[in-house]
Design a protein around this ligand. Structure first.
Ligand code: FES
Ligand SMILES: [Fe+2]
Length: 420
């Protein structure tokens, strides 16, 4: 349970907030690369409660600028994209990707251009995503590098899903192993209603033992499940990567060779853009990914707008008539997760919750985030700043033999503190 003040401190990320200052120390996805074509339409994007325009010049350079024109405030998302910049349609001021004023159409002949720069933000493209950095120049980290970026395009598939909920509730859902064998019973325990003996991995054990260790990038935790008589136990290790990333292990649910990295990116306090990249050694398609997630239903998810069409007033796709066969009455794992996050309201009221032992990873998440906020307030780096992230991984595997510690399965994770 958190006090109202703690919940606000945890969830709110706008300018001037403690958690907003933490996020502003990391590179963050602002849109998928395919949405900004050379010379094509600019995009209005909201990130951490601020508004930006993202565009790709005719010459192919991506720009991220304040959305509103510094002349008299028209939206540059209405602008004309030219070879080397973007031009406001109101009075024709033209800006380079670094914010420099290149031309002023309504400037009297012979007058100097205004010597201002509109706020601009660095951008990098990697893994099919445009990343930007909104924080102080002197703290700008090296370019983001995650394992998925090293896979060829045919072996990764990217999905952006915008939803109507605060980022912490979707992140907490992703770091809560104990719901996997329950909410996702259809996929994880196909025999849950006694109709089949089929078992998927060890997820039939709905009471995993959870162990958490802090690492330099955030923490990782293991869900340890019993294997049943004569069978080895199962270990599922999930890393939490500051400020809001995680990697979901392959295994029975998504193919043993595949991983899924997920970034919960706050659009603002009440809206979240979830970027997921499934990557691995098999070839992967968007179609199969959409089917698996349940987002192939155009009444659930708009592929055009990359957003969920679900609201609290509209659980339109829960089918109670099939709940004897379908645990949740909802179609698809990711859809089940997003319905739950939406059901909590725009910002979950954590003054009314009751955590138990199985919520240990959720509690640790809050501690790592709130510690980071305090560190930044003291002038220090947040947890995970300047850490090389490309060796971080996840795993779903039989328990290591001879009683070896589960940590030995992922030796590249540098532990900074053993579990309390
Ligand atoms: S408001 Fe953009 S040029 Fe005038
Ligand atoms: Fe889930």
């Amino acid at each position: 349970m958190l006090s109202q003040a703690e919940n606000d401190r945890l969830c709110r990320v706008g300018p001037g907030t403690p958690m907003g200052a933490v996020f502003r120390r990391f590179w963050l996805p602002i849109c998928t690369s395919d949405r900004v074509t050379a010379g094509g339409a600019p995009r209005a994007e909201r990130l951490l409660g601020e508004n930006f325009v993202v565009f790709r010049t005719g010459e192919g350079k991506v720009g991220v600028l304040d959305e509103l024109c510094p002349h008299r405030g028209a939206s540059l998302a209405l602008g004309r994209v030219e070879d080397c910049g973007i031009r406001c349609i109101y009075h024709g001021w033209k800006f380079a990707t670094d914010g420099a004023v290149l031309e002023v159409m309504n400037n009297p002949a012979g007058k100097r251009l205004p010597s201002l720069q509109t706020p601009s933000f660095p951008s990098i493209e990697a893994g099919g995503v445009v990343w930007t950095y909104l924080g102080p120049k002197e703290h700008q980290p090296a370019a983001p590098h995650f394992a998925f970026m090293d896979f060829p395009e045919a072996r990764r598939v990217l999905l952006r899903v915008d939803g109507n909920y605060n980022w912490v509730q979707s992140l907490e859902g992703g770091l809560d192993s104990s719901h996997v064998g329950i909410l996702h019973s259809n996929a994880a325990r196909p025999g849950w209603n006694g109709t089949s003996d089929k078992k998927v991995g060890a997820l039939d054990d709905t009471q995993p033992v959870l162990e958490v260790e802090d690492t330099e990038f955030g923490y990782h935790y293991a869900a340890l499940r019993q294997g049943g008589p004569g069978k080895p136990g199962n270990v599922r290790i999930t890393p939490f990567i500051m400020p809001s990333g995680r990697i979901i292990a392959g295994g029975a649910l998504q193919g043993a060779e595949n991983h899924t990295i997920v970034f919960e990116i706050p659009i603002d306090d009440e809206h979240t853009a979830t970027y997921t990249v499934r990557y691995g050694n098999s070839s992967l398609s968007l179609e199969s990914r959409l089917r698996e997630t349940g987002f192939d239903d155009p009444e659930v998810y708009s592929q055009e707008d990359q957003r969920l069409l679900l609201t609290r007033a509209n659980y339109n796709r829960q089918n109670r008539a099939i709940m004897d066969k379908s645990w949740s009455g909802l179609n698809g794992i990711a859809f089940e997760d997003t319905v739950i996050a939406t059901s909590m309201g725009p910002i979950q009221d954590r003054t009314k919750e009751h955590l138990i032992a199985s919520d240990i990873a959720v509690a640790r998440l809050r501690r790592r985030l709130l510690d980071s906020a305090a560190r930044v307030e003291r002038g220090e780096d947040p947890v995970g700043a300047h850490v090389d992230t490309h060796l971080i991984s996840s795993i779903d595997a039989p328990a290591p033999p001879d009683g070896a510690h589960w940590r030995t399965l992922l030796p590249n994770h540098r532990i900074v503190r053993a579990a309390a």
